[in-house]
Ligand binder design. Structure first.
Ligand SMILES: *Cc1c(COP(=O)(O)O)cnc(C)c1O
Length: 413
């Protein structure tokens, strides 16, 4: 017999309520949402949870700290539109995202653009749009100077610094050591001199150390070190620092044993930084940029069970959804050891968990695994499987063309 190999993660995630055995998304039963979408699979994002998350951050962090949404976590246009009204700015990472952010009504003054390989065309588009470019290479300076000249508009820039430290306990490190992101801290004085000579409109610094961190003490440490580094580099700046993006990296719990991030120490530390900035960088607006933390817990991926079959003692629920829509949940997007995302049978929320099953997709690869030997209520073809924590790096980070199945629909409820 097959024993569940992993701790059961069927426990419904508490941010989504249920009623009458049905999982609710912003008070609507999941079967009804499935009926109005017209087919499965789909992603459903809950507006009330997005609102609540922003409110929770506003309550925990000092009012002077601006919140930016890093839209690469979820670029669905309607969701970006919703977020643009809630937060103070949008961070984009391509001209494609810039288009969505501008269409969503985001104020160009509060849009910033990061990325290690911006094309000449993208840099010109950024200057034309009037957004802030996070400069990540010496190469970008003459291109921005030419764009400024050609368009008769200021090229607004911040320097993205690759710091001389790493974000400890981060799921994905994006700063410290050799990195393709930003300019090494020790080269920044020279870059600032070039920005000054080129006459670009210098506004400040951007530091981003990493992603998916659940340890407040390491986020606090990274923010302190980032602030200290920015203060040192500011001495070389051609004009006062008006913008200081300290990154983010706030994680969400995915796996058994992970606890939600405690915002209190982060808020206290940021309050301290805001105080210090009053004398050290008096004109600077302090920004943090978050993707996953804003949207990750507000989203579900819903697939329908097509078949239930037993292979040598292990029961498989074969669904119409899989890694082509949700690479992250399959464990193939940055996980070292595959672990199950929390899941539920969304139309049997009141049933006892009686079966250890593997939930798989329709693709011809063993990687197409949404839940590995998880304890779930007994499910039948026609039932709906919900994968929680699916609001970030879901549809957007998945190879939707792989094997030629239909693309996934996204709904904002
Ligand atoms: C990916 C990225 C983010 C968002 O990271 P999350 O872990 O989703 O919060 C923010 N800023 C930059 C520069 C990024 O590359």
């Amino acid at each position: 017999m097959t024993e569940p190999r992993q701790a059961p993660t069927h426990t419904p995630m508490s941010q989504f309520r249920s009623a009458g055995g049905e999982l609710l998304v912003n008070a609507q039963p999941i079967s009804r949402i499935a009926a109005r979408v017209g087919h499965t699979p789909f992603y459903a994002y809950d507006r009330s949870l997005l609102d609540a998350r922003v409110a929770q951050l506003r309550a925990a962090l000092p009012a002077a700290v601006k919140l930016h949404y890093a839209m690469k976590a979820n670029p669905m246009p309607a969701l970006v539109c919703h977020m643009a009204r809630l937060v103070d700015g949008i961070d984009v990472a391509s001209a494609g995202e810039l288009l969505v952010a501008l269409n969503a009504g985001a104020d160009p003054q509060e849009i910033s653009f990061a990325g290690p390989g911006k094309t000449e065309a993208e840099l010109h588009q950024a200057v034309a749009a009037g957004i802030l470019v996070n400069v990540e290479s010496f190469r970008e300076v003459p291109i921005l100077a030419a764009a400024q000249q050609a368009l008769g508009l200021p090229a607004r820039v911040a320097v993205r610094v690759n710091p001389d430290f790493e974000l400890k306990s981060s799921g994905m490190k994006m700063g410290g050591g050799p990195k393709q992101f930003g300019v090494d801290a020790e080269q920044v004085p020279e870059l600032l001199a070039e920005i000054g000579r080129a006459g670009l409109a210098f506004e400040g610094f951007h530091l981003f150390a990493g992603s998916q961190n659940l340890k407040p003490e390491s986020i606090v440490e990274a923010q302190q070190k980032s602030f200290a580094l920015a203060c040192r580099l500011a001495e070389h700046a051609p004009s006062p620092v008006r913008f200081l993006n300290l990154g983010g990296g706030f994680g969400i719990p995915y796996f058994p044993g992970e606890q939600p991030l405690d915002l209190a120490p982060i808020g206290a530390n940021l309050a301290d930084i805001v105080e210090q900035a009053k004398t050290a960088l008096p004109q600077a607006e302090i920004v943090i940029e978050l993707g996953r933390y804003f949207v990750g817990e507000a989203g579900l991926y819903i697939a329908r069970v097509l078949d239930k079959k037993v292979s040598r003692g292990l029961t498989y629920l074969v669904t119409d959804g899989g890694l082509h829509h949700h690479l992250s949940a399959s464990g193939n997007f940055g996980q070292v050891i595959r672990k199950n995302y929390p899941a539920a049978i969304a139309n049997r929320m009141d049933a006892a968990t009686t079966e250890a099953v593997s939930v798989v997709g329709p693709l011809c690869t063993p990687l197409d695994l949404l839940a590995d030997r998880m304890s779930l209520p007994a499910a039948e073809p026609g039932d709906l499987v919900a994968i929680y924590q699916s609001g970030a790096y879901g549809a957007t980070a998945s190879p939707q063309r792989f094997l030629g199945h239909p693309g996934v629909v996204e709904v904002l409820v």
